[in-house]
Write a protein that binds this ligand. Structure first.
Ligand SMILES: [Zn+2]
Length: 57
Protein backbone atom coordinates (compact mmCIF):
# COMPACT_ATOMS: atom_id res chain seq x y z
CA UNK A 1 0.00 0.00 0.00
CA UNK A 2 1.32 3.39 -0.94
CA UNK A 3 2.14 5.59 1.97
CA UNK A 4 0.17 8.78 1.83
CA UNK A 5 1.07 11.60 4.17
CA UNK A 6 -2.12 13.04 5.53
CA UNK A 7 -2.41 16.79 5.78
CA UNK A 8 -4.78 19.03 7.59
CA UNK A 9 -7.36 20.31 5.11
CA UNK A 10 -7.48 23.68 6.84
CA UNK A 11 -3.86 24.66 7.36
CA UNK A 12 -2.12 22.07 5.15
CA UNK A 13 0.05 20.95 8.03
CA UNK A 14 1.36 17.41 7.95
CA UNK A 15 -0.35 15.11 10.37
CA UNK A 16 2.25 13.31 12.43
CA UNK A 17 1.99 9.85 13.85
CA UNK A 18 0.40 9.78 17.26
CA UNK A 19 -1.14 13.19 16.76
CA UNK A 20 -4.78 13.58 17.66
CA UNK A 21 -6.76 14.41 14.54
CA UNK A 22 -10.31 14.77 13.44
CA UNK A 23 -11.47 13.07 10.29
CA UNK A 24 -14.44 14.10 8.25
CA UNK A 25 -15.60 11.09 6.34
CA UNK A 26 -18.50 9.55 4.55
CA UNK A 27 -19.01 6.08 5.88
CA UNK A 28 -18.41 3.51 3.14
CA UNK A 29 -21.46 1.73 1.81
CA UNK A 30 -19.93 -1.25 0.13
CA UNK A 31 -16.82 -2.11 2.05
CA UNK A 32 -16.22 -3.38 5.51
CA UNK A 33 -14.37 -1.75 8.32
CA UNK A 34 -11.26 -3.79 7.47
CA UNK A 35 -10.52 -1.44 4.60
CA UNK A 36 -11.04 1.70 6.60
CA UNK A 37 -7.37 2.71 6.46
CA UNK A 38 -7.32 2.66 2.68
CA UNK A 39 -10.64 4.41 2.64
CA UNK A 40 -9.37 7.11 4.99
CA UNK A 41 -6.46 7.82 2.67
CA UNK A 42 -8.79 8.14 -0.28
CA UNK A 43 -11.77 9.89 1.18
CA UNK A 44 -10.81 11.18 4.59
CA UNK A 45 -10.43 14.86 5.27
CA UNK A 46 -8.11 15.34 8.19
CA UNK A 47 -8.27 18.30 10.50
CA UNK A 48 -5.50 18.84 12.99
CA UNK A 49 -6.22 19.51 16.60
CA UNK A 50 -5.22 23.15 16.35
CA UNK A 51 -7.72 23.82 13.60
CA UNK A 52 -10.43 21.71 15.15
CA UNK A 53 -10.44 23.95 18.20
CA UNK A 54 -10.92 27.01 16.00
CA UNK A 55 -13.78 25.74 13.90
CA UNK A 56 -17.05 23.99 14.36
CA UNK A 57 -17.07 20.79 12.36
ZN1 LIG B 1 -4.73 22.44 10.75
Amino acid sequence: MALIIPKCKKCDKEIKGDEEVYVQLRYPKRKGITEITAYLNLEGKFICKDCSTKINI
